[in-house]
Design a protein around this ligand. Structure first.
Ligand SMILES: [Zn+2]
Length: 153
């Protein structure tokens, strides 16, 4: 009886502190993007890529924009609203990197990230060649190289 309310509080605290709080979703030249509201140190866990774990064939049959390949047989369909990491865009010079741990996909900081920065990771060669390259990459690095938009440092 005594333990139950504190567990409920702990879970709620995890949900608010551990996931959506600390991030904001904003418009970018690449569509919506995920921004951190607080500074994140290099090597720290930023967010988990959550969703339904599906066998690869089933996931590719269904299709969708938010499929994350865990390994050759399993895919996370991250289209659910609770998966805020679906807003993280591709960058050719990313500040985050995803790492798989068993069947989980965890996104870590590759370097120190300032409050207010957009989060990004490299979507990988296959995704880049198939879906980004034909339209031209609009990450800050590529836009900056084109001279249209320089990043303030
Ligand atoms: Zn790029």
């Amino acid at each position: 009886m005594i333990g139950i309310p504190s567990i409920a509080v702990a879970i709620r605290r995890y949900e608010t502190n551990g996931t959506h709080q600390g991030f904001s979703v904003k418009r970018t030249p690449r569509g919506l993007g995920l921004f951190t509201r607080k500074r994140i140190s290099r090597g720290k866990l930023v967010v988990e890529y959550t969703g339904n774990l599906l066998p690869s064939e089933e996931a590719y049959r269904k299709g969708g924009r938010y499929l994350f390949e865990v390994n050759s047989r399993w895919i996370i369909d991250g289209a659910g609203r609770e998966n805020i990491s679906r807003y993280i865009n591709h960058s050719c010079r990313p500040n985050c990197e995803p790492r798989t741990r068993g069947m989980r996909v965890l996104i870590y900081a590759r370097r120190n990230i300032d409050a207010g920065e957009e989060l990004s990771y490299d979507y990988g060669k296959e995704y880049f060649d198939d879906l980004i390259k034909p339209k031209g990459c609009r990450c800050d690095h590529c836009l900056g190289q084109g001279g249209r938009r320089r990043r303030k440092r």
